[in-house]
Design a binder for this molecule. Structure first.
Ligand code: GTP
Ligand code: SPV
Ligand code: MN
Length: 613
């Protein structure tokens, strides 16, 4: 395959182990040619994609694409973690032996890229120079140009990241083959798709999609599943589906950093892009570090718990993004940002895009508008109220476009962590915020995170389920070890972070309205948490944590009724007692769960049984 050699030479790819890997897969997949990609190739690739009709213009320096209509979200059932050791099987990682999965994937991929270009995308999932860099290098092979465009926005891409490294073999091997999307039986018993992370070989094999986490391998396959496995095996770090923000108090000059996990499509991006409410904007500023992934470790030199965002961009949910909910997001996809919209509605005449919640009503003049499937809105039958945009339609933009991006977002040292929060969509289970000042209870709280699933994964929307630390779809090793690893990593920090559970999604049981206004006002709960940590407020101790009193929470300018406020700041004891039974069953599924976690569970149960509650 001398053509492959020439292409690798032309791309400046010298690392012999990378070359060997590309050669192997180019041959197996039958790709017609090979092309090495760097971020500097973006303008050319955009033009090629426009010429090929893979993307459409969506305004000045903005682009639009539709994915295949049965390929619009992650498939949890088809996502698998494989290793050679059956002891790696957990409850949520869909473990299967690599001896079974690798041949199956090779079989599906064999010849499946015939006639296509195989793009070689070397990347780094970390700010360059980070102590975690050895875990962050990867090379994704993909036969889809659109995937390359996403990767360039979402990860640092360039051959320099895999050249002249201390060990040429230390890179994650990610192979993405799209397959014949119209004949893969998505969602049927004959589903051909497989998204496999062979964790003990640091190899990712994804077949049968070109959308999101199924296809951009740097993001969740490497950044979460592989990295979590590596972090555990090395004992060195945690990789979590976390947002990461800084809050600066302009009055005192102090900066705080909070990271935290909410399940997919449950508010991480919105929190990270938060613009403080008008009444608080003079005093506080929120800085964006990350919105979907954080890697956490303890700095050996000073014992602080630190975190980085390994990503380089945002793959954000479009639905309900507007000037009121998230003006920052709109700016980050504004003219000239080279942002890419997928599966929203598109006007072929004006090149505008629209999604549900962008404005209260869809555009009145439907001329030129097509829905996410490409059908003309004007052709719709009377009463057809199918959404114009897919609920999991998204925008892709680089971090540098985010107006509140932290000045230090690229710092290899990361930021010190003051607080770790968990949350999710629950209409009645959880108060606005409850703080937990104990490591084991914090980890226990994360493990028992219960939330309504969303449209970010196929077929689970609205199901109430446990989603440990918001990692359920990304879990790569057994939950008992996961809990143990958390206790070990965070426990080694000199200053312990405070934990909290938050919920922006409590609803009125009668009319369904959100009790808490959410979005910008969520900052108020976080400011209270930081005050609690600083000893400036005491809160009200309950069996499940410390809750703010109405006086302690800064409510200047909040639009909330007295009744709703009372509800979001209270705990329903009978409900919680019942919840403890479900938690017990949930935790019992996990082998090797550390005794500290069971003790935390029993402490909460005993406190709830106290008749004084
Ligand atoms: P992934 O990228 O899937 O991991 O999701 P995410 O956690 O980053 O979710 P994101 O912030 O994109 O929010 C998903 C949806 O929740 C969007 O439709 C938001 O408009 C909505 N949302 C976010 N924050 C709030 C809030 O405080 N209140 C309400 N009611 N909705 C919110
Ligand atoms: C999620 O589903 O949690 C995402 C989007 O962040 S994807 O990259 O598709 O996983
Ligand atoms: Mn996510």
């Amino acid at each position: 395959m001398t053509d492959v050699e020439q292409a690798l030479d032309a791309g400046g790819l010298k690392n012999p182990r990378v070359r060997e890997y590309v050669r192997h897969w180019a041959e197996l997949t039958g790709a017609e040619c090979v092309e090495v990609v760097s971020a500097a190739d973006d303008a050319r690739l955009i033009q090629e994609a426009l010429d090929a009709g893979e993307i459409l213009p969506a305004g000045d320096g903005l682009y639009y694409a539709r994915s295949y209509e049965k390929d619009t979200a992650r498939s949890e059932a088809r996502t698998i973690v494989s290793t050679g050791d059956p002891a790696d099987k957990g409850v949520y990682n869909n473990w299967r032996p690599s001896s079974e999965m690798k041949p199956m994937l090779e079989e599906r991929m064999r010849g499946a890229s015939a006639g296509k270009t195989m793009y070689v995308v070397p990347y780094l999932m970390a700010p360059p120079g980070s102590p975690l860099e050895p875990y962050a290098r990867g090379v994704q092979l993909t036969d889809a140009r659109i995937v390359v465009l996403h990767m360039i926005r979402m990860a640092r891409v360039g051959v320099e990241f895999v050249e002249n490294t201390e060990s040429p073999d230390t890179f994650v091997r990610g192979v993405h083959v799209t397959g014949d999307l119209e004949n893969l039986g998505q969602g049927t018993p004959n589903d051909q798709r497989y998204f496999v992370t062979v964790a003990d070989e640091r190899t990712i094999l994804h077949f049968g999609s070109s959308y999101g986490g199924n296809a951009l391998l740097g993001k969740i396959a490497h950044g979460l599943r592989q990295a979590a496995y590596d972090g555990w095996k090395s004992g060195a770090f945690l990789a979590e589906q976390f947002m990461l923000i800084g809050i600066t108090d302009k009055q005192t000059g102090k900066a705080y950093h909070i990271c935290g996990g909410f399940p997919s499509a449950s508010g991480k991006t919105n929190l990270a892009m938060l613009l403080p409410p008008d009444a608080l904007g003079d005093r506080y500023h929120v800085e964006f570090y990350g919105d979907d992934i954080a890697w956490l470790w303890v700095d050996r030199a000073d014992g602080t718990l630190r975190a980085i965002n390994p990503e380089f961009g945002v793959f954000g949910v479009a639905k309900d993004t507007n000037e009121n909910t998230n003006p920052t997001a709109l700016q980050s996809v504004g003219p000239g940002t080279r942002a890419l919209f997928t599966n929203v509605a598109y006007n072929e005449r004006t090149h505008e895009v629209w999604w549900e919640g962008r404005t209260p009503q869809p555009p009145a003049d439907v001329a030129g508008w097509r829905d996410w499937k490409g059908n003309l809105i004007a052709d719709r039958r009377e009463g057809d109220d199918e959404p114009w945009a897919h609920p999991n339609s998204r925008f892709t933009t680089t971090l540098a476009n985010v107006p509140n991006i932290a000045a230090q977002f690229d710092s290899p040292r990361g930021v010190p962590i003051d607080a770790i929060i968990f949350g999710g969509r629950t209409r009645n289970r959880e108060p606005l915020v409850r703080a937990i000042d104990d490591l084991a209870e914090g980890v226990y709280d994360g493990l028992t995170l219960g939330a309504e699933a969303t449209f970010a994964a196929e077929g689970v929307d609205g199901q109430l389920r446990y989603d440990p630390m918001s990692m359920r779809p990304f879990m790569s090793y057994p939950e008992g070890h996961y809990a143990e690893h958390w206790l070990k990593v965070v426990g080694a920090a000199k200053d312990q972070p405070i934990f909290a559970h938050v919920n922006w999604f409590q609803r009125d049981p009668d009319d369904g309205h959100f009790l808490w206004p959410g979005y910008r006002d969520n900052l108020r709960a976080l400011l209270w948490l930081l005050k609690l940590k600083n000893g400036e407020v005491a809160g009200r101790q309950t069996a499940v944590g410390i809750i703010p009193t109405e006086e302690e929470l800064n409510l200047d300018g909040v639009d909330i009724s007295a009744d709703d406020l009372r509800t979001v700041l209270s705990i329903e004891i009978p409900r919680w007692r019942k919840e403890m039974e479900f938690r017990e069953q949930h935790l019992e599924q996990f082998d090797n769960l550390p005794e500290e976690i069971w003790k935390a569970h029993r402490r909460v149960a005993t406190a709830l049984d106290d008749p004084g509650q």
